[in-house]
Design a protein. Structure first.
Length: 149
């Protein structure tokens, strides 16, 4: 706890604490931290829960869905905790590009790149989202139907 007594840290707190913006930043950081503690996909990212990984880099993780809806059903997720696609912002441009690149790479590696596949992002209750950590379902290996259920 030595950092609490650090003069630079104290100066930083004193000069910022009165500011509303700073207060809300702290509140949102704490809320985000608490959500991450209970998030099943964050637990997969940090290894607390095991998964059948198919790809990993510093920003993205991909693993087999535990309840596959097709012969190939992979979840591609950002390692960073983002609740839904609605929380994605300007800073996440590179991350989204990495996720799409990863989907294409996995589709090619699994031999469905040319045949075709589907990418689904269920969002909020009416979208059928059950895990609130952004994830892209990469589904393939059979003919997809439309409209979806
Ligand atoms: P969604 O309903 O769009 O939020 O998708 C959540 C997906 O996560 C479902 O397809 C689940 O089968 C899958 N899922 C939940 N828990 C796990 C887990 N521990 N490992 C792999 N997939 C999971
Ligand atoms: Zn999470």
């Amino acid at each position: 706890m030595n950092w609490i007594h650090n003069p630079a840290f104290r100066r930083f707190l004193l000069s910022n604490f009165g500011k509303k913006q700073f207060f809300w930043k702290i509140v949102s950081f704490v809320l985000r931290f608490l959500k991450m503690q209970s998030c099943i996909f964050c637990k997969i990212v940090n290894g607390e829960i095991s998964s059948r990984k198919v790809y990993e880099d510093e920003k993205v993780l991909a693993f087999h869905d535990i309840n596959p809806q097709a012969p190939i059903h992979i979840l591609v997720i950002p390692k960073k905790h983002i609740m839904t696609i609605r929380e994605v912002n300007e800073d996440d441009k590179d991350l989204l590009f990495s996720i799409i690149k990863t989907c294409n790479k996995i589709a090619d590696d699994m031999g469905i790149g040319e045949k075709g596949f589907r990418i689904v992002v269920n969002t909020n209750p009416y979208g059928g989202q059950t895990v609130y950590h952004l994830h892209f379902h990469l589904i393939g290996g059979r003919q997809m139907r439309w409209p979806p259920g």
